[in-house]
Ligand binder design. Structure first.
Ligand code: GUN
Length: 303
């Protein structure tokens, strides 16, 4: 292995420790406890897992979470009513609506209702618009892209002037990551499903942020030697035994899976200069940055 491993667990823990200390200091001087409202629509197992991790992180760091599970068939009007109530609730400093929403709901209208001071996910049009504009700053930066940039900086990677390639143009990761990299003075290319000759584009990249949701898509020989590779992908693939046969869980009787990123780690680690593992890379950073944003939201609303 030639690449230096970027340890997301350790870096996220450092961020969490810092937030925990700031929360304790805030409470010690008599200010309110930061509060995060989580809204979970329906019963998607992955979304429910992420939300419960966010609630647990709040508890670990001395913040309060207010959980609002609502049925998958909630109407647009009722969901909007809930958001308005949370906007008006002074105990709630941050509002997180776990995405994706069921298809009958208008995500854009829901996100734009969240008051900008409580938009700890940074998905409201105002926060994203400011991220896209020169000389303007959002109140909150979306947590996963923020975590990616934080990892690069912690690893000592120079972003200014670097050629950066972002794979994927999602609203949650790819687009805000590209905007953040531009703010950091990188020269940015966004690669997507219609891009021609993706390997050739990637070979120019000093920094790669892979967020395209395709298991092990990026091969080692697509990378420029020494590149910094941030892998946002979390993809389940069949877990095989030594003979290449699908493993079956003794407990559930179901086929077992293992998690891989969007980058072929075994190949990439021999070429890259820096690389994040999956799991244990970007994943823990998302929650750490959410905690940081929630603390900031409390400071903004009740300085
Ligand atoms: N779904 C996947 N990632 C995220 C995230 O960062 N925030 C929210 N609200 N939903 C998500």
């Amino acid at each position: 292995m030639t690449a230096q491993l970027i340890d997301g667990n350790a870096i996220a823990q450092k961020v969490r420790d810092e937030v925990k200390e700031k929360v304790a200091k805030r409470i010690a001087v008599g200010k309110s406890q930061p509060g995060l409202a989580t809204v979970l629509v329906g019963e998607r197992v992955d979304s429910a897992t992420y939300v419960s991790m966010k609630q647990k992180a709040c508890a670990d760091l001395g913040m309060t979470s207010y959980h609002h599970p609502v049925p998958a068939d909630i109407t647009q009007a009722d969901l909007e009513k809930l958001i308005k109530e949370l906007n008006a609730d002074p105990k709630v400093h941050g509002i997180l609506v776990q995405l994706p929403l069921p298809s009958h709901l208008d995500e854009e209208r829901v996100l734009q209702l969240i008051s900008i001071e409580k938009d700890v996910d940074g998905f409201s049009p105002i926060n994203l618009g400011r991220l896209a504009q020169k000389g303007r700053e959002p109140l909150f930066v979306p947590c996963t892209p923020y975590g990616c940039i934080y990892l690069l900086k912690e690893a000592g990677v120079t972003i200014k002037g670097a050629n950066a390639v972002v794979l994927g143009r999602s609203n949650i990761v790819g687009m805000p990551a590209a905007l953040l990299l531009v703010k950091e003075d990188a020269t940015v290319t966004v690669v997507h499903s219609r891009t021609k000759d993706i390997p050739a584009v990637l070979r120019q990249a000093d920094i790669v942020i892979a967020a395209i949701g395709r298991a092990e898509m990026v091969r080692g020989d697509w990378l420029k030697p020494g590149a910094a590779v941030i892998d946002v992908g979390i993809n389940g693939i069949p877990k095989l035994d030594a003979e290449g046969k699908q493993m079956i869980s003794a407990k559930t009787g179901k086929p077992m899976q293992r998690l891989v990123g969007d980058v072929n780690f075994e190949e990439a680690k021999e070429v890259a200069g820096f690389i994040t593992p999956v799991p244990g890379g970007v994943g823990p950073m998302t929650i750490a940055m959410l905690m940081n944003n929630t603390f900031r939201a409390a400071e903004i609303q009740e300085p």
